[in-house]
Design a protein around this ligand. Sequence first.
Ligand code: TXA
Ligand code: MG
Length: 319
Amino acid sequence: MPQIPIIEPDAVGLAAAYRAVADGLLVGLPTETVYGLAADARNPEAVARVFAVKNRPKFNPLIAHVRSTADAHREGQFDERAEALARALWPGPLTLVLPVSESGSVCELARAGLDTIALRVPAHRISRDLLAACDRPLAAPSANPSGRLSPTAAADVAAELESDDVAMILDGGPSKHGIESTIVASLPGQPLRLLRAGAIGRARIEAVAGAKLANPEDRAIAAPGQIASHYAPAAKVRLNASTAAENEVLLGFGPDAPAGAPNLSPGGDTTEAAANLFRVLRELDALGPDTIAVMPIPESGLGEAINDRLRRAAAPRGD
Ligand code: TXA
Ligand code: MG
């Protein structure tokens, strides 16, 4: 496969990057922390490509990058603590985890089904130029294959990622901080919490907040998708079904699914299935079935992440 092109972030390059994002493709994007792999955060097909290219075994929630605090207000619910941090530290290497807004446009897959959202207003000129050109939030995890080091130069991204779905890497030179953003959660009824140490030190954040930061909850670090607020359907979930019993609705996958049944991917494509997963689960749940019976999904491609999510939805509930 040919290497992903590295291009100059001039007007021509930015226009090409905008078109790629609008077409649901991915762009390697310099930020002041590390290089990100950016996709239209509203488009679940594009976000599914991010997980596929990074080879993520689980749907970790992604950071939504926005142009301004005003744009961030449309996506997340700010309390006074979050307002103060945003005022002092945005644009910059701070990510705020907030309850998602009703007016939010970021797709569920980018949030991994959580009812919270991670938001950041980056300071890097090229990130800001692309956000302005795209006029929509960009979901961007670090542009490394899952489990590898975060890239701090365009050439790092080109050396490690291989996919036709990445249209280009915008060359922004070496990353200024070279370490990811600091992630702070400001959630109702909870102390401000440091979820990930990063480019802004704890002391600086505590000085702005006028309060000590709580540490990550162990469960939240180990697996963000497992925190209590994760979206699970109201219906029970049964895996590896071939047909639906009474009181069940069948969720199909692949060409062997019965015609007419909702199907995550009639062609058996796990990237397409990932893009459809949260929407279809929600639609089926709205029908009020006792159980959603899900046909087997192979572990290949994004199947591992889909099955991880479905196994958790199918696990015995605490209630
Ligand atoms: O500096 C950075 O933050 C870079 C640049 C590209 O902006 N991005 C980055 O993204 O490091 P990523 O996907 O590699 O890390 C995002 C982290 C993950 O550990 C994820 O679990 C956490 O953010 N995260 C995202 N949404 C969350 C949420 N709703 N609740 C808790 N953690 C969340
Ligand atoms: Mg990362």
